[in-house]
Structure formats: structure tokens, C-alpha cells
Design a protein around this ligand. Structure first.
Ligand code: SF4
Length: 381
């Protein structure tokens, strides 16, 4: 039997054995394996949104909804509708959870101690690291598992002269994002309503077939387009029709980005650099940011294999002039760096943010110019 076959059998055994074990020992609390995972996650991130819980623990939304319903019915969790966005459900543990949480941690620890008893401390650490690396890859594969054409877009601008530099293009908007940038204008796409209906894909394909002579390219933006598992198939169809493709991304799915570029499916990348490393979590509104992937995306684009731009949306509450200088230093020699001033709109994720003044914007540009000659202010000059 090949190594790969052992791997699939072993992971299946581990999953089932753990499920049986935890279902048995947690039965007296009225909990099961999945609820244990969710309960600890909620306890450690009080107020976490239901969608973020599904993404973090890698469960489908239906399973999360069912488990949370069960936890709510048994009094372990309270669900609160967000005052900022009524479609977002925030989750909190109750006093009943807090009473047993240490026991739950102990049960989890006991299981790990039992399973890892034949390993040395060094081997345990190596296992934890290897396991995390394999899980990360597994999630990325899912991101690239593009076997059919069920690509979903939730917004469509038929013609734009602004989105794709120097080209006449259409823009398509995907749903969902791994970030929650407080200044994001696309709240409806980031917190995709469960009832949101995607555009008819046949209609879009027909549209692009008919407009081939009028349009140069298609911009794919979001949300974060690289989250979508069917992107590759859709891009291939656009390419077969002869379109140029521009992709907007936050750079946090490096492997997916690289694979699509190397397959010749992207002609232009616009990557957001949200801030200096230390301020990333604050600026993107989530605690766990994969800075390695973002760094890899920056370094890959800087090699210049493909046309690209970097861009930063500047918000008074998040950016100092010195931050812009440091970002520009990080992307030294880049082909293009665009500074975009924040514009307050109805659909912004967090209210009460402010743009930089015109003078500050000019200073920001001056701070970046020594590192990136082609630094421009977008939309103001
Ligand atoms: S600004 Fe971009 S990366 Fe940030 S939440 Fe909005 S869509 Fe996601």
C-alpha cells in the first residue's frame, strides 16, 4: 500500500476514533465532538460571528447552524444579532459553559496525552507543527478544487474604464472574504446574506461571448475572489474567449494566486497591502492573519512575472505617514503603488472612520516616492 493510502486511512481512523471518544465522554454534558470544538472556539473568541466560526473550524454552514442551535437550546451559548449588521449572528458562551469549560479543556488534554503517550516532547512538537502545515495545505487544496462551473458572482458592472488600467472592461464581484476591514465598502459581499442569490452564470457567459469585440478584459474582485473554489474553471472560459483578466486580491492565498498566474489565467493583479505587519490584525479586523502568505504574494509579484500594482486604502484611524513609508520600503522597486484615500459610504463595515486630509495624502505620497518611483494617489490628483 502506498504512503498516500496510509495517510488517508490514518486520518480517517483518527477522526472517527476521536469522534467516538468525545461523543462518549461528553454525553453526560449533553455535548458531542463538534459542539466541543465550537464551544471552546466561542469561549476563546466571545462575540465571534457564526460565519467566522464555520470558516475557522472548516465546517459547512449547515452543520454549524445545527450545532449552534443545539448549544443554544441546551443553554451553553447565546446568539445575538449584530447591531451593526442584522445578518450577522454573534455567539457568546453562557454561565453554564463557564462552569464546565475547565473540565472540557481537561478532557481534551487527557485525550491528547493518551494519544501522544509514545512520543517524546520533541516528537510531539514536530507532530503539532507538521499537522498544522498539512491542514493548511488541505484548506488550500479545497480552495483550488475547481471541478465544475458553479462559480458564484453577486455583483456585475457591465462596462468600466476605471477598474482595469488602460482597458475597457467588465467587473464581476465574488462573495465572502477572510478579512473584515473596518473601512471596507463591500459589506454586503463580505457578510454574504444566506439568501443572497448569485447571478446566472449562463447569462454571464452569453454576455461575455457577445461582447468580445467591445471589451478588452474582465476584472474579478470581491470579497476575496481566491476563496472561491470554482474560480479557475470560470477564468479558463474567459481566457478561451480571449479576454484579459485582472484579479483584485488581499494576497492571503498565495498558493492559489501563484497557481492561477502560472497557468496563464491572470494578466494583471491588484494586491492590497493593508498596513505595516504590526497593524495588520487591527486594519483587517481579524486576529489571525497569515502574514507568511501575504509576504509570499508580495515577493512573487515583485519578481515582475506578471503586470501588477500594490495599493493601500488610507484611513486616519489606522495609518500614519511613517506606515506608508514602511510599506513602500517593503515593496521597494515595485511597478506601481496606489494610495487610495478612504471614502465614507453607507455600506462601510465600521462607521465613524475618517480619510486623510489632502495635505496628509501628499505627505504620504512623498514618503513612498523614494522607494517606489511610480507612487500615485488614486482618485484625487
Ligand atoms: S476591503 Fe477587501 S479584504 Fe477587506 S474586507 Fe473588504 S473585501 Fe475583504
Amino acid at each position: 500500500m502506498s504512503e498516500k493510502s496510509y495517510f488517508t486511512i490514518d486520518t480517517s481512523i483518527l477522526f472517527r476514533a476521536n469522534q467516538r471518544y468525545f461523543d462518549d465522554v461528553l454525553a453526560k454534558y449533553g455535548l458531542g465532538y463538534a459542539q466541543l470544538i465550537f464551544l471552546i472556539e466561542i469561549y476563546e473568541h466571545e462575540g465571534i460571528a457564526m460565519n467566522a466560526l464555520a470558516e475557522g473550524a472548516y465546517f459547512d454552514k449547515g452543520s454549524v447552524t445545527k450545532s449552534i442551535q443545539k448549544l443554544e437550546e441546551s443553554g451553553y451559548v447565546e446568539v445575538e444579532v449584530s447591531s451593526e449588521d442584522r445578518r450577522v449572528k454573534k455567539l457568546y458562551t453562557t454561565a453554564k459553559t463557564q462552569e464546565i469549560i475547565l473540565k472540557l479543556y481537561a478532557i481534551r488534554q487527557e485525550r491528547w496525552n493518551y494519544l501522544s503517550q509514545d512520543l517524546s516532547a520533541q516528537e510531539k512538537q514536530a507532530f503539532i507543527e507538521a499537522n498544522a502545515a498539512i491542514c493548511k495545505r488541505a484548506k488550500e487544496y479545497e480552495g483550488l478544487h475547481m471541478v465544475d462551473s458553479e462559480m458564484k458572482f453577486y455583483g456585475f458592472q457591465k462596462c468600466t474604464l476605471l477598474d482595469y488600467p488602460g482597458k475597457v472592461a467588465s467587473t464581476l464581484f465574488t462573495g465572502g472574504c477572510n478579512f473584515r476591514c473596518p473601512f471596507c465598502h463591500n459589506r454586503d459581499l463580505v457578510f454574504l446574506d444566506e439568501g443572497a442569490s448569485p447571478l446566472d452564470i449562463d447569462y454571464l457567459e452569453e454576455f461575455f461571448k457577445k461582447r468580445r469585440k467591445l471589451l478588452d478584459g474582465v476584472c474579478i474582485t470581491g470579497g476575496e475572489p481566491l476563496l472561491n473554489r470554482h474560480l479557475k474553471t470560470f477564468m479558463r472560459r474567459l481566457k478561451d474567449m480571449g479576454y484579459l483578466i485582472k484579479l483584485d486580491t488581499n494576497g492571503s492565498y498565495f498558493n492559489a494566486l501563484k497557481a492561477l498566474i502560472e497557468e496563464g489565467l491572470i494578466d494583471y493583479v491588484a494586491m492590497d497591502i493593508k498596513n505595516i505587519k504590526e497593524k495588520y490584525p487591527l486594519t483587517v479586523g481579524v486576529d489571525n492573519v497569515d502574514m507568511t502568505a501575504i509576504d509570499q504574494s508580495i515577493d512573487y509579484l515583485l519578481k515582475g512575472k506578471i503586470d501588477y500594482e500594490f495599493r493601500t486604502t488610507l484611513v486616519k484611524e489606522f495609518h500614519d505617514i511613517s506606515d506608508v513609508a514602511k510599506i513602500a520600503q517593503r515593496i521597494k522597486g515595485a511597478k506601481a503603488y496606489y494610495l487610495q484615500n478612504f471614502v465614507d459610504r453607507d455600506k462601510v463595515i465600521q462607521k465613524g472612520l475618517h480619510p486623510l486630509s489632502h495635505e496628509e495624502l501628499i505627505k504620504a505620497k512623498k514618503a513612498a516616492l523614494p522607494y517606489v518611483e511610480n507612487t500615485q494617489i488614486r482618485g484625487e490628483e
